[in-house]
Design a binder for this molecule. Sequence first.
Ligand SMILES: *[C@@H]1O[C@H](CO)[C@@H](O)[C@H](O)[C@H]1NC(C)=O
Ligand SMILES: *[C@@H]1O[C@H](CO)[C@@H](O)[C@H](O)[C@H]1NC(C)=O
Ligand SMILES: *[C@@H]1O[C@H](CO)[C@@H](O)[C@H](O)[C@H]1NC(C)=O
Ligand SMILES: [Zn+2]
Length: 339
Amino acid sequence: MSEVFCRCLSTLRLWDPSFRMRGLPNYCLCCCVNTLLQTFSATWELGDLLDKWDETGVRTDDRNVPLQLKKVLADMRKDLAQPAPHHDFLRCLDRNSLRLNTQHDADEVFLTILNLTHQQMDNRSLAVEIQNLYKISLETQLQCLVCNSMQTRASYLLSLPLHIKEDHNSLGGCMTSFFEHQELTGINCCFCEQCGKKTPSKQGVKLLSLPPILCVHLKRFRNSNGYTRKLDCRVTFPEIFDFSEIAKEAFSTDFAQNDCKYTLHAVVVHSGYAMFGHYTAYVHHRVNQRWYYANDSHVKQASWKEVQSTYGGYRRDTAYMLMYRRGSKQEGQQPELSG
Ligand SMILES: *[C@@H]1O[C@H](CO)[C@@H](O)[C@H](O)[C@H]1NC(C)=O
Ligand SMILES: *[C@@H]1O[C@H](CO)[C@@H](O)[C@H](O)[C@H]1NC(C)=O
Ligand SMILES: *[C@@H]1O[C@H](CO)[C@@H](O)[C@H](O)[C@H]1NC(C)=O
Ligand SMILES: [Zn+2]
């Protein structure tokens, strides 16, 4: 094992054979990566895409994130009693300068893994397909309040960063706020080409398209006066989220998607404080359609009520990232027979 991993390899508990989901041992601070791997595994579209890849052309395989991701996701699918080995994946992240002996932000690590996968995949069409799985296309509009001229710029995000208020929030409310217009005045005035000077303006973000997998990042960590604190406040989220419930202003006129219903399939949970915490995941099983709770090598069945206990407000175990899949019902698939 590489020297960066601490020596606190947790003892593996006995594995209950009735659970058909593999846990991942915790090598010190890799709970963040373990949790993300569980959510990637629950996003089976990703593993299915990686399976289409013929990786024989990859030479530096111990540094190749998509290759190691493909391997670890395949191992996690095997119906075996022991937690899945993932040293190679951790070592690979380490070789790509993602140090595992420090606390990480799950959203940052999620974006880094997707970014490295995109960069290091030699099959470019597949790299694009993987990115499109998560790609939220946006249009930023900046309108001058003096001459009314409008500048627009297209951009995209792979996870939607939602600001949360210090009291009660709902996912729909946070989304609506994300797409609300902001007036930029005073020192925030922007340069208008028509007027030839800085003018007050109105800025807004609109949705151009939604991806098959929607990742939402609830921004619970806030910096103030040089230190980071965690907002434990309540954010409710439904099992099925319908975009038609958010304000119409959120959509660009070019938005053309009929089915805007999304079904939750994974939740990244952060427990504890900003500087000292632990990540775990609730994931929906592809085959038996039940919720499971993955805490490193421990995996147990869970209920929707337990998932809802991560809304926050009174407990320190709070949902931090939500993964939704397009469609209003989970599409169960037959178990794959392995071995
Ligand atoms: C590249 O990806 C496409 C899917 O985008 C797949 O059909 C094709 O087989 C892949 N080719 C190789 C060499 O992996
Ligand atoms: C992904 O990596 C490239 C190259 O290092 C960098 O320019 C780009 O900003 C990164 N994108 C994200 C979203 O981190
Ligand atoms: C996760 O498991 C550890 C034991 O390995 C335990 O101490 C901790 O309380 C568990 N966390 C949660 C949130 O269940
Ligand atoms: Zn103007």
